[in-house]
Design a protein around this ligand. Sequence first.
Ligand code: ADP
Ligand code: ZN
Ligand code: MG
Length: 491
Amino acid sequence: MATTPDTSLAARARYEPVIGLEVHVQLLTASKIFCSCSTRFGDPPNTNVCPVCLGLPGALPVLNRKAVEFAVRAAMALNCRVNETSIFARKNYFYPDLPKGYQISQYDKPLAEFGWIEITTGTGRKKIGITRLHLEEDAGKSLHEGFPDSDQTTAIDLNRSGVPLIEIVSEPDIASPDEAYEYLTRLKEIILYTGVSDCNMEEGSLRCDANVSVRPRGQKEFGTKTEVKNVNSFRFIREALEYEIERHIGVIESGGKITQETRLYNANEGKTYGMRSKEQAHDYRYFPEPDLLPLVVDEKWQAEIRRMLPELPEARRKRMVADYGITEYDVQVLTSTQALADQFEAAAKAAKNPKRVANLVQSELMGRLKARGLEIEQSPISMKGVAMSADLVESGAISGKMLKDLYDLCFERGQDFPAVYEKEKPQQITDTSAIEKIINEVIAANPKQLEQYRGGKKTVIGFFVGQVMKASRGQANPQLVNELLAKKLES
Ligand code: ADP
Ligand code: ZN
Ligand code: MG
């Protein structure tokens, strides 16, 4: 009798998912990894090809130095140990988009190993191990669409054949679909910072295969894994993993067995489907590539590449928290893209008081964005605008209250700060006698504070400044107020 699979919360709590990701990243070299053909995306099919990347007999590969440099840079950014000597290997399989019948990859002696990425989980920080990072060539692309009169035709575009890739294989350290999503986000961010890839998923510059299994909590041995291939967004990878985990538990709970296989995710249905049973590694009949020498990246070359490493996201966030005194949360938002972080830092550095720029982002900008459900990229006020407003406050040209009103107007009108300021430039009271009149009124109304001040408590001047600004509805020039007040109180 078949039992109904139990995938209730209670059943799910008895299992622990185990996830490992294999990520392919296309390197931004101008030419391919073993020939001088262009890597440009979107050219007419089969226009960037030559005997080497077409796999014609007798053609010999010549390794692209830039591809090695980029791969090493990525490996270093991912905390890997770079092996001085690595070996290219032939991975043999038959597929129409693979003209040579094998892919040149690396196998038992990869370029780099033993790296890690730190991620943030619900319970804190966690390091996900990177088993290896190796160089390989891409295959061509099968085109199944766009042929009238036939849905049977498949055409092959070999422009992509021989484009340089790195494959980054994680340890099975990832414990949930959310962690997988976070790992991919951090990985992509680091690679973008290194500049070795544009990580454009639509163009296939970043592709992820997700391996997943479940095991009863507390069990040491892994369960049987399945691999979900060719999922084209991080969100879909998370969904596919969620689906697979539930499916695995369902199969096991009803007494069945998971078969090791490759599956495809249908994003419309939110389901995975079996594609083929997974070849074991020996099916590829790996052997060393006889047409290429061992790849040697000696200490000197490694040092050169290390010198070119830019400041990486984690280090940048730590520095920004220290430099600008902003919160962990805000620094996450401000560094959500490299461009935004660059804009912020450029604006802050150009401003009279960098910390005030950071403070304004934190105290005035974030809340307004959040209230309207806007991402920071959609902010009407640019970082330059924030910096300008900070300078105006700094110089006393506008008060904090005016700044708030101007920010509100920017959001109402969808205009940046400089434009709104030009139009609304408050009529500031700079008339000394008018300000003195207000000062006299304020002092007369607060005899107790005056006594305190005269008694030596000089900080009370801040209270008087506030009262005068309030009485002038924020329109008195703060610098003048400060000067005149000090004079008056001392007299
Ligand atoms: P294969 O030879 O099938 O490609 P690998 O050992 O190379 O398998 O691992 C591929 C990926 O699968 C790695 O990211 C690894 O961490 C992950 N992985 C290995 N075993 C499991 C498992 N039982 N469950 C989940 N992921 C796994
Ligand atoms: Zn070529
Ligand atoms: Mg593998």
